[in-house]
Design a protein around this ligand. Structure first.
Ligand code: HEM
Ligand SMILES: *[C@@H]1O[C@H](CO)[C@@H](O)[C@H](O)[C@H]1NC(C)=O
Length: 359
């Protein structure tokens, strides 16, 4: 008995002390699962040839949007009515681009679908995996971003998603909460996902001003989006206030109507405000919500965790501030439960935002 305990104890100590077995892949890089090695090669290719050498620029923004528009095609409510509700993060937006990219809410998404497709085919990975991988690698190019989870192993088969599952910027908060709730997201998780609009621009809400971003720093994953959406809107950019658009606080910036409303609605305002001065919380909440998004319609336990392939993003160099020319009096605070954090303004002339350069 004594000997057995000693043996078990030493086994336990050995197991705890033994380094994890890592697979060594091309370039001497390591991952927990040999099956993940091929993703290093995919990454090298897309960093060089899709993301222009590792930028947090237009292709990254489009690739991040694509992770959402593929995955959100998933409706348990439709299945309950005996209809096909979509396969979620299954690559259907690429397999059935002819059907899905003409959905109104997918306006402009065809470009990135066609740019990504040859990369997926060349590397022999499923469309569903590729879309989520490109989003996670692209996000790592944005300073301030969390290192997103990436699970591999989605089947390379899908049926077309039904139409009307992707939220529109002209939708009410109630309808966005209902649609996202059907897919499994709480109102707070909708807000968390919208941190994506920190690295984002519009091309089609107002087509006369392509590349106009939703915050002043579209090349960084920071809280400026959550601050700037709460500033009083007094600028009419481009050709006027279009469907799904609201007045913006800064020259060169576009505000979506849905973002304006979600920032101020009692159901979402407190989560919105909570992400302004707590970058660690912003990162962890976005990471968790993106992990859920990327596996909609999938069985997590059947996928392989290749997250250790994703690079660790750089940290932000600056704490949150108001744009130059603004004061705390310009903030339309909407969370009743907690006071709005006190922010100082950047120095200099009023901030004017430059468009994201087209590639
Ligand atoms: C309430 C839900 C949402 C609505 C109504 C919405 C709406 C929009 C609209 C209208 C655009 C501009 C598209 C264009 O004109 O080119 C856009 C861009 C974008 N969205 Fe969303 N979105 C939502 C949620 C999300 C989520 C959950 C993600 C990702 C996880 C996301 C990521 C992006 C990105 C990265 C862009 C920028 C694309 C680019 O710069 O090319 N959005 N969104
Ligand atoms: C996935 O399906 C597409 C056709 O829809 C095909 O072109 C591609 O080669 C397939 N990829 C794999 C890994 O089977």
């Amino acid at each position: 008995m004594f000997n057995l305990s000693v043996a078990l104890l030493s086994l336990a100590i050995f197991a705890a002390a033994a380094p994890p077995r890592l697979a060594t892949c091309s370039g001497g890089r390591t991952t927990a699962h040999a099956a993940c090695c091929k993703w290093f090669d995919v990454m090298d290719d897309i960093q060089a040839n899709l993301f222009d050498g590792g930028e947090c620029g237009e292709e990254m923004h489009e690739s991040l949007r694509l992770t959402f528009h593929d995955a959100i095609g998933f409706s348990p409510a439709l299945f309950r009515q005996g209809k096909f509700g979509g396969g979620g993060a299954d690559g259907s937006i690429m397999h059935h681009a002819d059907i899905e990219t003409v959905f109104h809410a997918n306006n402009g998404i065809d470009g990135i679908v066609e740019v990504q497709r040859p990369f997926a085919i060349k590397h022999g990975v499923s469309f569903g995996d590729f879309i989520q991988f490109a989003g996670a690698v692209g996000m790592s190019n944005c300073p301030g971003a969390p290192r997103l989870e990436f699970l591999a192993g989605r089947a390379n088969f899908s049926l077309p998603s039904p139409d009307l599952l992707v939220p529109e910027p002209s939708d009410s908060v109630t309808s966005i909460i209902a649609r996202m709730g059907d897919a499994g997201f709480s109102p707070a998780e909708i807000v968390d996902l919208l941190a994506s609009h920190s690295t984002a621009a519009q091309d089609h809400v107002d087509p006369t001003i392509p590349g106009h971003p939703f915050d002043s720093t579209p090349g960084q994953f920071d809280s400026n989006f959550f601050i700037e959406t709460l500033l009083k809107g007094d600028v009419i950019p481009g050709n006027g206030i279009n469907v799904g658009e609201a007045m913006s606080p800064l020259q060169g910036e576009v505000r979506l109507q849905s973002d304006a409303l979600l920032a101020r609605d009692p159901r979402t305002a407190c989560e919105w405000q909570s992400l302004i001065t707590d970058q660690a919380r912003l990162q962890s909440r976005f990471r968790a919500a993106m992990a859920k998004l990327a596996t909609l319609g999938q069985v997590r336990s059947l996928l392989t965790d290749c997250s250790d392939v994703i690079p660790v993003p750089a940290a932000l160099k600056k704490t949150p501030t108001l744009p130059a020319g603004k004061t705390m009096a310009d903030i339309e605070a909407a969370c009743k439960a907690t006071p709005f954090p006190s922010l100082s303004a950047d120095p200099g002339p009023p901030t004017s935002v430059a468009p994201v350069p087209p590639s």
